[in-house]
Design a protein around this ligand. Structure first.
Ligand code: PMP
Length: 288
């Protein structure tokens, strides 16, 4: 069962719809957030709402609800969800307008929330590690579409994911135009080399991931050297450990990249971080 909230009202799934003239539908003109909730509490909600507000600011998209109202709608959606752990999607579209791209023709943004369950990230394939390939599609450069905007337009990532599926792999990595690693299609990427944890900076074309930030902070607390650093395919292939992070995916170890086996999967530093993450989310500690 999905809980659906649209513009201030909870509606049945079959009545949950927006106009075909919405520029979110016509042009991908909109933004979103994916938020997990554990024990009926939205995880890292503040960071997600901040990113939503910042994406809206860049797109000059006036959010139809204030932060407090959004928070209330989220809390109520979680309350109505049958299970205590789950996933929320918050979407803000430019709203209904004319057929031209001009956002000025859209008088009011639409906002909707879906609360649902996600497939188990601790499936056997995720536990034993996934196989990555490097996509032939490059990440759209930040000077064309800043990777920190979490927009409704995921064609770049979908093309890369198709590359992965066509190669019988689980997920793809996108490089930027300088040949540096950015991220996977819907997850950030980390490598460990000589006990040092590294992830590409947002300026290389990565989303400023909320889970990524948590992992960087956790690593620091655990005394693991962690930094944002440009990474090349060579660094990936020769890493001691590699893993992906994301709200939906949580932490997933990587087994191989372009057919090259990663030395340790799941490796010791990944396991340490994953245990800590699990404690914070499903366990006793609350990091929110
Ligand atoms: N990169 C992209 C392109 C994403 O869509 C996501 C979210 N699914 C991530 C990284 C991970 O970000 P977060 O940890 O904030 O969910």
């Amino acid at each position: 069962m999905s809980v659906c909230w649209i513009n201030g009202k909870f509606v049945a799934r079959e009545n949950a719809s927006i106009s075909i003239f919405d520029h979110g539908v016509l042009y991908g003109d909109g933004i979103f957030e994916g938020i997990r909730f554990y024990q009926r509490k939205a995880f890292l909600l503040d960071a997600h709402l901040t990113r939503l507000v910042q994406s809206a600011a860049v797109l000059q998209l006036t959010l139809p609800y204030c932060r407090q109202d959004m928070q209330q709608a989220i809390e109520e959606s979680i309350k109505r969800n049958p299970s205590k752990h789950g996933y929320l999607r918050i979407v803000v579209t430019r709203g209904e307008g004319s057929l031209g791209i001009d956002p000025a023709s859209c008088s009011k943004a639409n906002m909707f929330i879906i609360a649902d369950k996600l497939s188990d990230t601790d499936s056997s394939v995720n536990k034993s590690g996934i196989r990555l390939i490097i996509s032939s599609w490059r990440r759209i450069p930040n000077d064309s579409l800043d990777s920190r905007i979490k927009s409704l337009n995921y064609l770049n990532q979908i093309l890369a994911r198709l590359d992965a599926k066509n190669a019988n792999a689980d997920e793809a990595i996108l490089l930027n135009h300088a040949g540096f690693v950015t991220e996977a299609c819907a997850e950030n990427i980390f490598i460990i080399k000589n006990k040092r944890l590294m992830t590409p900076p947002a300026s290389d074309g990565a989303l400023d991931g909320v889970t990524r930030k948590l992992i960087l902070d956790l690593a620091q607390q655990l005394g693991i050297h962690a930094s944002e650093k440009s990474i090349t395919p060579y660094d990936l292939y020769t890493s001691d450990e590699c893993f992906l992070t994301g709200t939906g995916s949580e932490l997933i170890p990587v087994k191989s990249i372009d057919g090259r086996s990663i030395a340790h999967c799941p490796g010791p530093i990944f396991t340490q971080l994953k245990n800590e993450f699990h404690q914070i989310t499903y366990g006793e500690i609350n990091n929110d």
